[in-house]
Design a protein around this ligand. Sequence first.
Ligand SMILES: Cc1cc2nc3c(=O)[nH]c(=O)nc-3n(C[C@H](O)[C@H](O)[C@H](O)COP(=O)(O)OP(=O)(O)OC[C@H]3O[C@@H](n4cnc5c(N)ncnc54)[C@H](O)[C@@H]3O)c2cc1C
Length: 261
Amino acid sequence: MNNAAYLTVNAGENWHEFVLWCISQNYGGIENLSLIPGYVGTCPIQNIGAYGVEVKDTITKVETLDIETGKLVQFSNKDCNFGYRNSIFKNEVKGKYIITSVSFKLTKIHHKLNSSYGAIETELSLKQISKPSLKDISDAVISIRKSKLPDPKEIGNSGSFFKNPIISSSQYLKLQKEYARIPGYKISDIEVKIPAGWLIERAGFKGKRYGEFGVHDKQALVLVNYGNASGKEIYQLAQKIRETIIKKFEITLEIEVNIIK
Ligand SMILES: Cc1cc2nc3c(=O)[nH]c(=O)nc-3n(C[C@H](O)[C@H](O)[C@H](O)COP(=O)(O)OP(=O)(O)OC[C@H]3O[C@@H](n4cnc5c(N)ncnc54)[C@H](O)[C@@H]3O)c2cc1C
């Protein structure tokens, strides 16, 4: 039996509801991306990712409307030029196309489950699940996210404010001499990805509140607006964090969110 499920989903569908629907149909591939806020149409823009999975690995095609010509234009997976929290829609063609639908290739039977992420493993073992289903993974992700990330309906935030920086292996070895417990994930023979949240926490920002804004107390990668802070104040805090991280670790943090000037 064919293992592939091909789906084309309109841009205005809610992302998390789509993920849950796929799980109910036993379609695998995006269960680790449960509970990411937003719509299906925006998932390719920053190639949403979480817990070891990126949406780019399931996208086959993105259909768009060219704002200038009014014509429909299709982007293949390759055309999208996907990267880590990145795509052509954030760069070369930013603002030029309206995404109308996204096509996915998911699995029907032989799912490639990704439960290797530390927190997912812990969550599954707490529940004594050794052979997880798609729903088990999704439930674990939902539970981890609810425990660590503030709900934007309660505390204003835009999720991870910075990307996890990628540094050279030699710089990583140098940092390890000073910070023996610095976490790093080898992504090639010469590069290591560092959790930005760890750097921000080590720089002393985790849980810091400055009046109406601050750094979340459970996840240092998330900047929060407790009510009446302005975008400028949040941006200034981001810049302060970036400067501190450069001074302390010689690492430049790249901002993940869109800054509207
Ligand atoms: C609490 C929280 C947790 C998050 N966790 C994650 C995470 O784990 N991983 C992750 O990758 N992201 C995460 N994010 C970021 C966010 O969920 C994603 O970037 C998501 O794709 C944004 O979807 P949206 O529909 O809300 O887009 P918006 O933020 O509304 O829009 C994003 C950009 O896309 C443009 N746009 C919107 N619709 C279209 C369209 N149809 N065609 C063309 N352009 C369009 C907008 O103008 C804007 O520039 C998180 C955000 C929050 C608040």
